[in-house]
Design a protein around this ligand. Structure first.
Ligand code: GLN
Length: 533
């Protein structure tokens, strides 16, 4: 109905709920924009680009899906209009439609339906499909038409529509309003889609009589009008749905008989830990896309998971790297924090601020975690200030630098296209026994996801190691530095890959766990203040 209502969290929570009933699920997100994937979009436009094992650059909702469920994901699970048209046009050029006029209905809608059917192929009980955008958008119409047809193709008992709506609270009148929900359901019905379930987002409780009214006007059963109230943590949403028996309603409507009882104990435990932790600490995240709430989504969640593992509330202090390009400003902004994280990014804006933050962390022995660009800048900082290589830089920011400590891989040098051409997806990495990072993972070989073009330039490896920055993770062929650390420091770890994409509340990532643990120790195990509610 409107964006930012939390369709991704709603879909993920339904996924978690159905998995807890023993069903095998697949999840899929359709994005109606024309980009083939969000990989070429700025974080200001799109928020975070979430990377899957197979290297697909996807919508950040896929991150929610992975954090809430154990379903497996690949490029097939995030489909855009761009992807659909790309494959139709390829087929048309090959002559696959020879003689026919290629049209939105049936060719585009068939292509969409095929993707859903492909997602359902592998022993899956339920495919949860989320359609981005809002009802009434021109560009989402083919997707809505395709799911309408699905109900005919697969039978009405096999397709169920859930519509997420907003029930606003009008403060001046002291009332909530159901009319917008009625309007948006009526827009859905005008294109042939009758929702079976309404998830009504509201900041105030929706009374029984108002729910009855929504049910009547929207042609939905009363028990299927679900209140989706604001909650203090997103991980509480599966419990909120279970309390309203959403799982039973879905199973009944889809005529699924065999399913065990729901068990949300692990989610309840997570929520308890988040709401009432024993300890508290503060970590600074030094980034440059701070105006966009969602730009660092997975980083934020992974820090929260690190907190869960340490029974600790982590307050994040967001520091804009552009505001700390002078050392005193950096010291002022970072004073008192117990950990500093420098995440990934592109382009030269704010780079010097990141370097200042890293210098501050290294010199003041504040636990430091560098991710992707964060590692590249940690290497640059060390080269400049410890190895005294004046002007050391990444060639991304200074092509003429006398000391290119971060540079392009040979195979990247001839790349011209921007879309999907970075080093993307899961790669193995060998950890150095005895290193800090090895003791965090407790494994010799790990698999982590990448999204970058530039790499540590191994010409500088020996000099770096002599002065105390060691390469503690390498690609199996020994050529690429995937992780570095500084020994003479309480916790200074930087990695070329993106560990935040593999952290889940039920299994916090070992590096986020280790980082928060170091921050807790720095903060002298400060007890958490209780927050009511
Ligand atoms: N811009 C850097 C590169 O392309 C870092 C990318 C990132 O942080 N994801 O290598």
């Amino acid at each position: 109905m409107v964006s930012s209502l939390g369709k991704g969290i709603a879909a993920s929570s339904i996924g978690a709920l159905l998995e807890s009933r023993g069903l095998r699920i697949a999840m899929q997100k359709f994005d109606p924009y024309i980009n083939v994937d969000p990989g070429t979009m700025s974080p200001f436009q799109h928020g975070e680009v979430y990377v899957l094992d197979d290297g697909a650059e996807t919508d950040l909702d896929l991150g929610h899906y992975e954090r809430f469920t154990s379903a497996s994901f690949s490029a097939l699970n995030n489909v855009t209009t761009g992807k659909i048209y790309q494959s139709i046009i390829e087929k048309e050029r090959k002559g696959d439609y020879l003689g026919k006029t290629v049209q939105v209905v049936p060719h585009v809608t068939n292509e969409i339906k095929n993707r859903i059917k492909m997602a359902a192929a592998k022993d899956i009980d339920v495919v949860i499909v989320e359609i981005g955008g809002t009802v009434g958008d021109i560009e989402s119409l083919p997707f809505l038409e395709a799911i309408r047809q699905m109900q005919i193709d697969e039978g009405r008992d096999n397709v169920l529509f859930a519509h997420l709506t907003l029930v606003p609270y009008i403060r001046a009148a002291g009332e909530i309003k159901t009319k917008p929900t009625q309007h948006s359901v009526s827009a859905m019905r005008s294109i042939g889609i009758q929702p079976g379930i309404l998830l009504c987002r509201s900041e105030k409780k929706i009374s029984k009589s108002e729910r009855d009214k929504i049910a009547l006007f929207c042609n939905v059963e009363e028990n299927a009008v679900i209140q989706a109230l604001d909650v203090s943590t997103i991980y509480e949403v599966p419990r909120m749905y279970l309390n309203q028996k959403l799982d039973d309603i879905i199973l009944e409507k889809l005529k699924i008989k065999k399913a065990r009882k729901a068990d949300l104990r692990k989610w309840d435990a997570i929520v308890r830990r988040i709401k009432k932790p024993a300890l508290e600490t503060e970590i600074a995240v030094v980034g440059k896309y701070l105006e966009v709430q969602d730009a660092y989504k997975s980083i934020k969640e992974a820090i929260l998971h690190g907190g869960i593992a340490n029974n600790c509330r982590v307050n994040i202090k967001w520091v804009d790297s552009e505001t700390i390009e002078k050392a005193p400003a950096a010291a002022k902004a970072l004073k008192g924090v117990s950990g500093i994280l420098v995440p990934g990014g592109f382009g030269s804006r704010g780079i010097e601020g990141k370097i200042n933050a890293i210098k501050y962390a290294r010199e003041n022995k504040v636990p430091f975690f560098g991710i992707c660009l964060g590692m590249q800048m940690a290497v640059t900082e060390f080269a400049r200030n410890v190895l005294k290589l004046k002007g050391a830089n990444s060639t991304e920011f200074d092509r003429e630098t006398p000391y290119p400590v971060i540079s392009l891989l040979e195979e990247q040098k001839c790349v011209k296209d921007m879309g999907g051409t970075m080093r993307l997806g899961s790669y193995p990495c060998r950890l150095k026994p005895g290193s800090r990072i090895y003791s965090a993972y407790k494994e010799k070989v790990i698999f982590e996801r990448h999204r970058h073009r530039y790499e540590f330039n191994s010409i500088f490896k020996e000099r770096m190691e002599e002065k105390g920055m060691t390469v503690c993770g390498l690609s199996p062929d020994g050529l690429l530095a995937e992780a570095v650390e500084i020994k003479n420091h309480p916790w200074f770890v930087a990695v070329q890959y993106h560990p935040e994409f593999k952290s889940k509340p039920v299994s916090p990532h070992p590096l986020f766990k280790g980082f928060v643990k170091a921050a807790v120790a720095k903060n002298k195990f400060k007890k958490a203040k209780e927050i009511k509610g």
